[in-house]
Design a protein around this ligand. Structure first.
Ligand code: AKG
Length: 303
């Protein structure tokens, strides 16, 4: 049987030990790091968008996340964000939601990354919110590294957490332990979010996984190979965030500061009640670097 995620909560107050674990495994997992109230408020906002677009199944508990799969399947593929799981119009609504942009700045997450980086933290503004559904155009995220997609510094860490409980059967994320030591791996085109797969060699099979409870957080470095499991349900939606953090002093690729959709920040901010997080990165001393397209060119890995 596969190993399950090792809980690193006990290391949060011991930054050298936290960094040693991160260097050893390439990932860290924390049980119930984020408080339930903050997550359930965002869950309510996300499911309300699903409801407004006509895809929420009428059940006693509106937070259950049961969807009307036949209504959703009627959305033409051309209108879908297949990397997200819902239509582009619905995802624009997600990106306009203030609570979605506030959650990645939660003090528990900032404290975690301050400990991990040993200094000031930059929260990338390009938050990705997945609403993974059984729409026929949506495939589980293939095994890949984030570095070719995010770039900037290889010391960028992805933070993945579900917005609600996410057992493995709902299509949670898993990581290939130790793969962070392999460096950049050649890629090939693949179906699913990101559109690329990292090539692994025979014997690179040390996958680690586990059920996520509400509040659990998985974080991993940019060379860590990871992928999503297939969702076993035909009428459920998997709500999750993947957001990125890095040391403020390291280079950042400029797209990491753009919205993860076609809207401008002005459009994203239009209905926000607070100005506190608007353009929060503009006064920071950032070292911006351009995107390197060559990292997304397919090539063959020699095993
Ligand atoms: O949630 C997913 O299916 C993909 C997430 C992912 O690839 C990431 O967090 O980098």
């Amino acid at each position: 049987m596969r190993d399950r995620f090792e809980d690193s909560t006990a290391l949060l107050d011991d930054p050298p030990a936290l960094r040693a674990r991160a260097a050893r495994d390439g990932y860290l997992f924390f049980r119930r790091l984020l408080p339930a109230e903050a997550l359930l408020a965002v869950r309510a906002d996300l499911l309300d968008i699903v409801r407004r677009h006509g895809w929420l199944a009428p059940t006693a508990d509106p937070l259950e996340g049961r969807i009307d799969a036949s209504a959703l399947s009627a959305v033409p593929e051309a209108q879908m964000r297949t990397d997200i799981g819902v239509s582009s119009a619905a995802y624009d609504d997600v990106q306009r939601t203030e609570s979605v942009h506030r959650l990645p700045h939660h003090p528990k997450l900032l404290a975690l990354y301050r400990a991990l980086f040993g200094g000031e933290v930059l929260v990338h503004a390009r938050h990705i919110v997945r609403l993974i559904t059984p729409h026929p155009s949506v495939y589980p995220t293939p095994q890949h590294q984030d570095f070719p997609l995010i770039q900037g510094t290889a010391n960028t860490w992805t933070c993945w957490f579900p917005v609600g409980a996410c057992p493995m059967t709902l299509g949670s994320l898993m990581v290939l332990r130790g793969s962070h030591r392999l460096g950049y791996l050649p890629i090939e085109p693949a179906k699913g979010a990101g559109g690329i797969a990292a090539q692994t060699c025979r014997g690179e099979v040390d996958w680690v996984d586990g059920d996520f409870e509400l509040g659990d957080v998985l974080t991993f470095s940019a060379y860590m190979v990871h992928r999503a499991k297939r969702c076993r349900f035909k009428d459920r939606i998997r709500l999750s965030f993947d957001v990125r953090y890095q040391a403020l002093a390291e280079p950042v690729e400029q797209r990491s500061l753009l919205p993860h959709c076609e809207l401008t920040w002005e459009q994203v901010y239009a209905d926000w009640r607070s100005d506190a997080l608007k353009y929060y990165w503009t006064d920071l001393p950032l070292q911006l670097v351009p995107f390197d397209d060559t990292l997304l060119q397919p090539s063959r890995r020699i095993c």
